[in-house]
Design a protein around this ligand. Structure first.
Ligand code: BMP
Length: 259
């Protein structure tokens, strides 16, 4: 089944595939900035080139709910999905509160979020209870890009099995390679992607868009390779980098999927 023809596990996953095809971009930019104004300006600059924007909303110093309203407007303006990289990791009851409530009210604005499989199925039940009625989707962390990750192959396999039990809500994985899931409709999103450096001195490990798409990735997640450092942010340069990664990701998809 070709990347372009395949149909995913849910309407949200299909929406993402449609955006990818429409914008010819499988690039998700991770905007790990700590101030609302720089975050929004960066998102506006790279928005035309991405299928998705990934946030870490809990690192924002001046958080105000208007920030997520502005982010939602930009997602409509530029046609991308929002993925809050919350990495939930608690029991079902706690994660349902963390997802729906608190200052951030993640479920109210983020199309996608993610969770560790470590606590067992209850974590998915807790998130699904909140997210499914809102047409949200979940990604399970099956592997990590960081050196020394404890997610060995049996953990990854157990995560895949968990996703199969909840395919109405789990649309895919954060992983470093395809997990034998193409015909099950799950999507693979891969962080740790960079064209210029191999690491960050804090355990992050980078592979190129070609390498990760060869390994079976659908969406490449790029942070600092596009955004640079918030303290010396250059929006024009970030837009140029987004275009560069978009092209590299799309060329790799076309090569691997023979289109
Ligand atoms: P960068 O490209 O600047 O290294 O950023 C990668 C982003 O992806 C970070 O926001 C990080 O939290 C996230 N991430 C990762 O790097 N590796 C993983 O395995 C999972 C992640 O969510």
């Amino acid at each position: 089944m070709s990347f372009f023809e395949r149909s995913a596990s849910s309407p949200l996953a299909n929406q993402l595939l449609e955006i990818i095809n429409r914008k010819q971009s499988n690039l998700c930019v991770s905007v790990d900035f700590t101030h609302s104004d720089t975050l929004l300006q960066l998102v506006d600059a790279v928005g035309p080139h991405v299928c998705m924007i990934k946030t870490h909303i809990d690192i924002i110093c001046d958080f105000d709910i208007n920030l997520v309203h502005s982010l939602s407007s930009l997602s409509r303006k530029h046609d991308f999905l929002i993925f809050e990289d919350r990495k939930f990791a608690d029991i079902g009851n706690t994660v349902s509160l963390q997802y729906s409530s608190g200052a951030h009210k993640i479920a109210s604005w983020s199309h996608l979020t993610n969770a560790h499989a470590l606590p067992g199925d209850g974590i998915v039940h807790g998130l699904k209870k909140v997210g499914l009625p809102l047409n949200r989707g979940l990604l399970l962390l099956a592997q990590m890009s960081s050196a020394g990750s404890l997610a060995d192959s049996s953990y990854t396999q157990a995560t895949l099995d968990m996703a199969r039990r909840h395919s109405d809500f789990v649309i895919g994985f954060i992983a470093q390679q395809r997990l034998g899931t193409l015909d099950e409709g799950f999507l693979i999103l891969t962080p740790g992607v960079g064209l210029d450096v191999k690491g960050d001195g804090m355990g992050q490990q980078y592979r190129t868009p070609d390498e990760v798409v060869d390994a079976g990735t659908d969406v490449i997640i790029v942070g600092r390779g596009v955004t640079g450092n918030e303290h010396s942010v250059d929006y024009i340069k970030s837009a140029e980098q987004a275009l560069r990664y978009k092209k590299a990701g799309w060329d790799a998809i076309r090569r691997v999927h023979h289109v």
